[in-house]
Design a protein around this ligand. Structure first.
Ligand SMILES: O=c1[nH]c(=O)c2[nH]c(=O)[nH]c2[nH]1
Length: 321
């Protein structure tokens, strides 16, 4: 009889999302490398705020799906408690470090878990500024929420024969919304019977940007050695600086330039990747006679365009040659 084809590994996981963790007075993140594009130097971590997601994987969970046998189920409610309890135990300074710490604790505690995937979005609380007789200074007690862009992290830890292995790891910053009112163009694209878009030599380029990065050595992303840690705030500042400096012919070229600068500043990274959206405003009035360069725009109508691209150190080497 012919051999049966090997059955593909089935999808199977369960977990908890939106585990909101607010840890106060975590260890400050200090001693990061300074870069020319950013004045960012420290996260006080007076509030380390995170929205965490956890998924557990393993063959041991099969009977819970097929038989309704819950005897090996860690209730997702207990997962939430586990994460919150360990937020008090964590002695490090980064969300990446916290995810790694909790993942390891889960695998230690429940030997039937084969792999655990955790991800998080950080809420950057910013201290409010107080005006005093000697100038303005930051409050160390009152913080405001509401900055759009958020640092992210995701990792998967697998149980190996002798040790735990990091199956994947990525850090990022999401929801960076940037508009450049002049100095961007888009022309030279295919013109055929489907083309209605006029060429532009100076468009108001509005982009939504998510940027992600991976380390050569996963542990560098935990922040235990702050000189190796890449801060989302610095990556954001690089993206903003390049957007200001480069008169881009397209979003494609713009994100490539941002990626190269990030890899130049942080050689500990093996990849930077992008998801970008084009939200360029629609021009209503191209000229306002009384207002010099003034124009009037409105939000674009759907649909929107997008790009995905990753940049690696080989791109830097190729350009050096
Ligand atoms: O930067 C851009 N890249 C494109 O591929 C594209 N396509 C389009 O219609 N507008 C733009 N802008």
């Amino acid at each position: 009889m012919a051999n049966k084809p090997a059955t593909a590994k089935r999808t199977m996981y369960y977990g908890k999302g939106d585990v909101f963790v607010y840890r106060t007075y975590a260890k400050p993140l200090e001693g990061i490398k300074n870069i020319p594009e950013s004045s960012f130097s420290c996260r006080s971590n007076i509030i380390l705020g995170m929205d965490i997601q956890v998924s557990l994987k393993g063959e041991a969970f099969l009977s819970s799906f097929t038989e309704g046998d819950n005897s090996l189920i860690v209730a997702t409610d207990s997962m939430k408690n586990f994460i919150l309890y360990h937020a008090g135990e964590y002695e490090g300074a980064t969300m990446e470090g916290f995810l790694a710490f909790v993942s390891e604790k889960f695998l230690n505690k429940y030997s039937h878990i084969q792999a655990i995937e955790m991800s998080g979005r950080q809420f950057p609380f910013k201290e409010i500024t107080l005006e005093t007789e000697s100038g303005s200074e930051g409050s160390n007690k009152v913080f405001k929420e509401g900055i759009l862009e958020k640092p992210t992290a995701t990792m998967e830890l697998e149980r190996g024969d002798a040790e735990y292995n990091v199956a994947s790891q990525q850090s990022g910053i999401e929801e960076l919304h940037l508009v450049k009112v002049k100095g961007s163009s888009f022309h030279g694209y295919i013109k055929d019977e489907f083309t209605t878009l006029p060429e532009t030599y100076d468009r108001p380029l509005f982009i939504y940007l998510n940027i992600y990065w991976k380390y050569h050595v996963e542990g560098d992303g935990y922040g235990d050695d702050p000189t190796k840690y890449v801060c989302a705030e610095q990556v954001k500042d690089i993206a903003q600086t390049i957007f200001h400096q480069v008169d881009s012919p397209s979003i494609q070229k713009l994100i490539y330039e941002i990626g190269k600068r990030i890899l130049t500043r942080f050689p500990q990274l093996k990849e930077v990747s992008f998801e970008s959206n084009n939200r360029t405003w629609e021009t209503i009035l191209d000229e306002i006679p009384s207002s010099g360069e003034g124009k009037v725009f409105t939000d674009p109508r759907p649909p929107y365009g997008f790009q995905g691209f990753s940049v690696t150190p080989e791109d830097l080497e190729r350009e050096e040659d």
